[in-house]
Write a protein of this length. Structure first.
Length: 594
C-alpha cells in the first residue's frame, strides 16, 4: 500500500506542469453531478404532480411559474422539457469530458515517455547489457501510459464518483433518512472487499507485466535474428519458446480475470442486498404515508444512482492497481542511476589535439568480472595505435572507456592532459568518430545516415563526405540516389556499401580521434580495397585506434598494443617519433608475456 501511495505521489509530481489541464478535466467531470441529481425529477413531477395532482413542493414550487404549476398539461410538458434538456446537457458534458481527457492524457503520456526515453539513453551500457533493451522498450511503450490510466481515467473519475456519492447521500437523507441509512449499511462491507482484493490485484498485475515483457523479448530476439533462425531451421523451436512464454502470460491473465470477476461479483451482490433492503423499507414507508409513490420512485432512483458511484469507486480502485503496477515499473527504470555522470561544472571542449594517456586503468563490471587491470600507455596526437587480441580479451572495453561509455573502476584516462571525467559528455564524445565492424545504419535514407555524423550538414557536405569514402558512385547509381531508403539496419545494402556509408559519416563528423573496429574483417576484396583507400584518407592527421584480430592489419601503426588476460602490452613502435617530439610514454610491459 505504501508503494502504491508513493507511485501515486510521483505520478502527480511528473504531471505538475499539467495540473491546470487536470483541473479543467476535473471541473468538466464535476458537471455530471448536478445533472445526475436532476435526472429523477421529471419522473417525480409526472407521478406526483401530473398523475397525482399534488402541488409542487420544495424549491420547485418557487422556481416554476404559478400559471404552469396549476395546469397538469403544463407540468407534463415541463417534465418532458426538463428530461430532454438534462439528456442533452449530459451528452454535451460527456463529449467535452471525453475530448479533454484524450487531449490531456496523451500530453501526459508523451511527456512521461519522453522522460523515460531520455533516461534510458543516459543509462550505462552495463544496465542495458544485463536487463536487455526489450525490457526498457516495454516500460517506455507500455508502462508509461499508466500516468493517463491513473490520473485522467482513474483518479479524476474516482474523485467525481466520491463527490457524487456525497451529493446522493445528502439528497437521500433529506427525503428519507431511515431508508438512506439502511441503504448505506453496505458501505463497510464494500470497503472491506476493496481492502482485501486491492493488494492482491496489484501484485497480480505486477507479475503479469513482467511476464508480458519477457514474451515481447522473445519476439524481438527472434525477428532481429530471423536469418539465423531460418538458417538453422529453428522456426518451430522459437515458436515453442514463444508459446511457452505467451502461454504463461495467458494463464496469469486468466487468473487475474477470475480474481477481478470474483471481486466484481461480491461487490454486486453486496449492492444488491442494499437495494433489496432499501426497497423493503421504502414500500413500508409508502404504506404508512411517510412517502408518496412519486417520492419513493425518486428515492429509489437516487439509491440506484448512489450505488452507481459507489460501484464506480470500487471498479476504479481495482483498475488503479493495474496502473499503479505499471507506474512502479516505469519509475524503477527512472530509479536506475547512470554510471557515467557529468560533473556539475564540467569543462567545455571545442576540438581536442588528440593526446591520450591511460594511467593504471582498471575496469570491473558490476557483476564482478574483471576485464582490465593496471593498463598504462600514452599516445601522441596524430598517432596510429593498433590494438589486437583474442575475442573477449577486452579490446572493445578499452575503446568504450576511451569514449566514456563506461568509467574506469581504477586509474585515470587523460585527453590532452585532462581527465575524461572533467569534460562535458557531449563535448567529449564529439571528439570521436567510430566505425564498427558491423556498421550501424538507421531505417531511413542514405543522406540521413551520412548526416547523422553532423546534424544540419548541407547536401553538398554530405556528397563530399561520400566521395571521400568512395561511396558516391554506388549511391548515385540508385534511382533515388541519396534519398534511397536503406531498410532496417541497412539491410538493402551490401556489407561493403554499409561500411562506406559509415566511413562517409565519419568523414562528415570530422572528429580529431578515430576508432576503427575491424572495419574490413567481413568485406569482400573489391570493397576492401576501396575501404582501405578511404580509411587512409580518414586517418590522416587524426589520432587513430585500429582494433583487429590479425596482426597484419596493424602493420603500419605507430604503436601496437596487445590485450591479453586483462593486461595491455606494447609490442612495437614501428615508426620513430618525428623530429623535435618526445617519444611516446612507456607502455606497461609484462616480461611473462608468452
Amino acid at each position: 500500500m505504501l508503494r502504491s501511495r508513493g507511485a501515486l505521489v510521483r505520478l502527480l509530481a511528473v504531471a505538475r506542469p499539467y495540473w491546470p489541464h487536470l483541473l479543467a478535466c476535473l471541473i468538466v467531470s464535476l458537471g455530471s453531478i448536478p445533472l445526475a441529481l436532476l435526472t429523477p425529477l421529471p419522473l417525480r413531477i409526472a407521478v406526483d404532480n401530473v398523475l397525482g395532482a399534488a402541488p409542487l413542493a420544495g424549491w420547485m414550487a418557487g422556481a416554476v411559474p404559478s400559471s404552469w404549476a396549476a395546469t397538469p398539461d403544463a407540468l407534463l410538458w415541463l417534465a418532458i422539457a426538463l428530461m430532454l434538456i438534462t439528456v442533452l446537457l449530459m451528452q454535451l458534458q460527456s463529449l467535452g469530458n471525453a475530448l479533454l481527457d484524450a487531449y490531456v492524457g496523451q500530453r501526459l503520456v508523451l511527456a512521461f515517455r519522453a522522460r523515460l526515453f531520455h533516461h534510458g539513453q543516459r543509462l550505462s551500457l552495463t544496465y542495458h547489457d544485463s536487463a536487455g533493451t526489450t525490457d526498457a522498450t516495454y516500460r517506455i511503450q507500455y508502462d508509461a501510459p499508466a500516468i493517463e490510466h491513473v490520473l485522467v481515467t482513474g483518479l479524476i473519475p474516482l474523485l467525481v464518483s466520491a463527490l457524487t456519492l456525497v451529493g446522493m447521500i445528502v439528497v437521500t437523507l433529506q427525503m428519507d433518512a431511515t431508508l438512506a441509512m439502511v441503504a448505506l449499511g453496505v458501505v463497510p462491507a464494500i470497503c472491506a472487499l476493496t481492502a482485501i482484493f486491492g493488494q492482491r490485484l496489484k501484485e497480480r498485475w505486477t507479475d503479469l507485466w513482467g511476464l508480458d515483457s519477457k514474451a515481447m523479448a522473445v519476439v524481438h530476439e527472434t525477428l532481429a535474428a530471423l536469418r539465423v533462425v531460418k538458417a538453422f531451421g529453428s522456426e518451430d523451436r522459437e515458436q515453442q519458446r514463444f508459446e511457452r512464454q505467451a502461454g504463461e502470460v495467458a494463464r496469469r491473465q486468466f487468473n487475474l480475470a477470475f480474481l477481478h470477476g470474483a471481486y466484481d461479483l461480491l461487490v454486486a451482490l453486496t449492492l444488491g442486498i442494499g437495494s433489496v433492503a432499501g426497497l423493503y423499507v421504502g414500500v413500508g414507508h409508502v404504506q404508512s404515508g411517510v412517502l408518496t409513490l412519486g417520492q419513493l420512485l425518486v428515492v429509489m432512483a437516487y439509491l440506484a444512482m448512489l450505488y452507481e458511484p459507489l460501484n464506480m469507486l470500487t471498479r476504479k480502485f481495482a483498475d488503479l492497481q493495474s496502473g499503479l503496477a505499471s507506474a512502479q515499473r516505469a519509475f524503477a527504470l527512472l530509479d536506475e542511476a547512470p554510471e557515467v555522470i557529468e560533473q556539475p561544472h564540467a569543462r567545455t571542449l571545442a576540438r581536442a589535439r588528440g593526446a591520450i594517456e591511460f594511467r593504471a586503468v582498471a575496469f570491473t563490471y558490476s557483476r564482478g568480472a574483471s576485464v582490465l587491470q593496471d593498463v598504462s600507455f600514452a599516445v601522441r596526437p596524430g598517432s596510429r595505435v593498433g590494438v589486437e587480441g583474442m575475442s573477449g580479451a577486452g579490446k572493445s572495453t578499452l575503446m568504450s572507456l576511451l569514449v566514456r561509455f563506461y568509467d574506469p573502476t581504477g586509474g585515470r584516462i587523460l585527453l590532452d592532459g585532462v581527465d575524461l571525467r572533467e569534460y562535458r559528455l557531449r563535448d567529449l564524445r564529439a571528439q570521436f568518430s567510430i566505425v564498427l565492424q558491423e556498421s550501424v545504419l538507421f531505417s531511413t535514407t542514405i543522406a540521413e545516415n551520412i548526416g547523422y555524423g553532423r546534424p544540419g550538414a548541407s547536401d553538398d557536405e554530405i556528397m563530399q563526405a561520400a566521395r571521400l569514402a568512395n561511396a558516391h558512385d554506388f549511391i548515385a547509381a540508385f534511382p533515388d540516389a541519396y534519398q534511397t531508403p536503406v531498410g532496417e539496419r541497412g539491410i538493402r545494402l551490401s556489407g561493403g556499401e554499409r561500411q562506406r556509408i559509415a566511413l562517409a559519416r565519419a568523414f562528415l563528423r570530422n572528429a580529431p580521434i578515430l576508432v576503427l573496429d575491424e572495419p574490413t574483417s567481413a568485406i569482400d576484396i573489391a570493397s576492401e580495397e576501396k575501404i582501405i583507400d578511404a580509411t587512409e584518407r580518414l586517418m590522416c592527421d587524426r589520432t587513430t585506434f585500429i582494433i583487429a584480430h590479425r596482426p597484419s592489419t596493424l602493420a603500419g601503426c605507430d604503436v601496437r598494443l596487445r590485450v591479453y588476460d586483462g593486461k595491455v602490452v606494447d609490442l612495437a613502435a614501428d615508426r620513430p617519433a618525428p623530429a623535435g617530439e618526445a617519444a611516446a610514454a612507456p607502455v606497461l610491459r609484462d616480461e611473462a608475456w608468452p
